[in-house]
Write a protein that binds this ligand. Structure first.
Ligand code: SAH
Ligand code: SF4
Ligand code: F3S
Length: 488
């Protein structure tokens, strides 16, 4: 799953929890409910999307959201376990909340998400201010758990489900610009990459009913949204079998027998040509030419593929249990270039200093970056996670300073390639969906092109939610700058 900012650090996440004035207004809209919920999300887009489901469940139980933590009756941290640092960030935040709770002892504090799932009741022992712990599949139980805390007890539910997809819950859009939204299409992961904690914190993979996904996307379009991002840890293994799930519809011949990811993409793309579709994350072992051809057929399916490589060395990929080699990966990139052309964005995640990685294997990661020419990447050094296959089988034997130096080299290489890739967009016209005013000045608007690159340009008389053509005149490493032009 792609994290939402270029070159993200775990600290950036705190920044993302600082809402804009516009978002504050949505968060603080008061529907007369008695109690106030403050919710902060860490980690991947899936967590941000889950927080919207949580807000929806609690809205029906008498909670309004607030952007002001000091006003909250209930504080939820929706947490991430992906790296040790992500967990440390949450622990530091709890220390701060401890101070608030001293002043307002009746304030309830809950931990949701992946850290809740990983640590379960241990969290209650380790963090005394925590009243409630709920894993990612337990959110329907929140009203019940809150009632237990109201009665003076501590409450925990970390049961993982094989079926839960929250398909019927319409999320309350929390951090919304009113133009782009996340729609979760599946949950969990069955891949067992040896470094990764997600299969343990999110449970088994399951796909959501395509009809509920289409209905949610249609509804968003009707409300004025113009872009949906379909979310899953491995979207290419999306699979819905009508046979197993709805015999009645099948008998009426209303639907195909099996809906795969390419079919789902097409169903969403057909909602309206003005509704853009993005998706994340694609897995190199599973992405099919059928998906690439579907992307090519629809202008509104954005030409950007997040295809995390993790390492450029086939031996390390094998240890990582990724299910592909360097050659396989490069062959997939060749297909992308053949079917979707040079302009299709390709982005990645990399891990520096995985167990036993040699200098030469590290250089293979750097060299594959040169071959693929990623538009941008999310880059990390390896952080051993308890309970994972790698923690059990391999020694975390690369010294921290070596991991950091290798990561630094990867980041430098990516900067060089990003400058090259963004440079290629200069002097070209890009279709941009306007998402709002630029952070730097009200005189400028910002949006993204099909390849997910941020484009900034003078406002003229345009508004968010509109499409414009922008002639890009210059760029920095992570942004394109230009002006609106008329083209037919
Ligand atoms: N499902 C996505 C990844 C989700 S986690 C996929 O398969 O690509 C997001 C990224 O965090 C991963 O791609 C990986 O680069 C990084 N990551 C995961 N576990 C890590 C660990 N133990 N140490 C460092 N980085 C890790
Ligand atoms: Fe983790 Fe691998 Fe699943 Fe991605 S595909 S969530 S890296 S186990
Ligand atoms: Fe996402 Fe972090 Fe969990 S990346 S799935 S919130 S461990």
């Amino acid at each position: 799953m792609q994290e939402t900012q270029n070159l993200i650090t775990d600290l950036d996440i705190l920044d993302r929890n600082q809402p804009s004035e516009e978002v504050k207004a949505t968060l603080d809209s008061n529907s007369g409910n008695q109690r106030k919920l403050y919710i902060e999300s860490y980690g991947c887009q899936m967590n941000f999307s889950d927080s919207e489901i949580v807000a929806s469940i609690l809205h029906n139980e008498g909670f309004d959201t607030t952007s002001d933590i000091t006003q909250a009756d209930l504080i939820f941290l929706n947490t991430c376990s992906i790296r040790e640092k992500a967990e440390q960030t949450v622990r530091n935040r709890l220390n701060h909340i401890h101070g608030l709770k001293k002043k307002k002892p009746e304030m309830m504090v809950g931990i949701l998400g992946c850290m809740a799932e990983r640590l379960k009741t241990k969290l209650l022992e380790e963090e005394k201010i925590v009243d409630l712990v709920a894993g990612p599949d337990a959110y329907r139980d929140l009203p019940q758990l809150i009632a237990q805390v109201d009665d003076g007890a501590k409450a925990v539910n970390t049961f993982l489900s094989r079926e839960e997809t929250y398909a019927d819950i319409s999320p309350v859009r929390l951090n919304s610009n009113g133009v782009t939204a996340f729609v979760s299409i599946m949950r969990g992961c069955d891949n067992m990459c040896s470094f990764c904690v997600v299969p343990f914190t999110r449970g088994r993979e399951r796909s959501r009913d395509p009809h509920s996904i289409v209905a949610e996307a249609k509804n968003l379009f009707d409300q004025g949204y113009r872009e949906v991002t379909l979310l899953g840890q491995n979207v290419d293994s999306y699979k819905w079998s009508e046979e197993e799930n709805n015999k009645a519809r099948l008998e009426k011949k209303e639907v195909n027998r099996i809906v795969n990811f390419a079919n789902l993409l097409e169903m969403i793309a057909q909602i309206h040509p003005d509704l853009r579709v993005r998706f994340s994350t694609s897995h190199p072992k599973d992405i099919t030419d059928e998906v690439l051809h579907t992307m090519a057929r629809y202008e509104n399916i954005c030409k950007n593929i997040h295809l995390p490589i993790q390492s450029g060395s086939s031996r390390v990929l094998e240890l990582m249990n990724r299910g592909y080699s360097r050659e396989w990966y490069l062959d997939r990139v060749k297909s992308i270039r053949n079917i979707l052309g040079e302009d299709c964005g390709i982005t990645s995640d990399m891990i520096a200093g995985f167990c036993s990685e040699t200098e030469e294997e590290h250089r293979e990661t750097v060299s594959i970056m040169d071959e693929v020419k990623y538009d941008y990447s999310f880059m990390f050094f390896y952080s051993e996670r308890p309970g994972t296959l790698a923690a059990k089988k391999y020694a975390d034997d690369i010294p921290l300073e070596v991991k950091k130096r290798r990561l630094d080299e990867i980041i430098k290489k990516q900067s060089e390639i990003s400058r090259f890739r963004y440079g290629q967009d200069v002097n070209k016209i890009h279709k941009v969906l306007i998402e709002g005013t630029s952070k730097r000045s009200d005189e400028f608007l910002q949006g993204r092109n099909t390849a997910n690159k941020v484009v900034i340009f003078p406002r003229e008389n345009k508004n968010k939610g509109e499409y414009v053509n922008v002639m890009v005149e210059s760029c920095s490493q992570g942004t394109l700058f230009g002006k609106i032009v008329d083209v037919e």
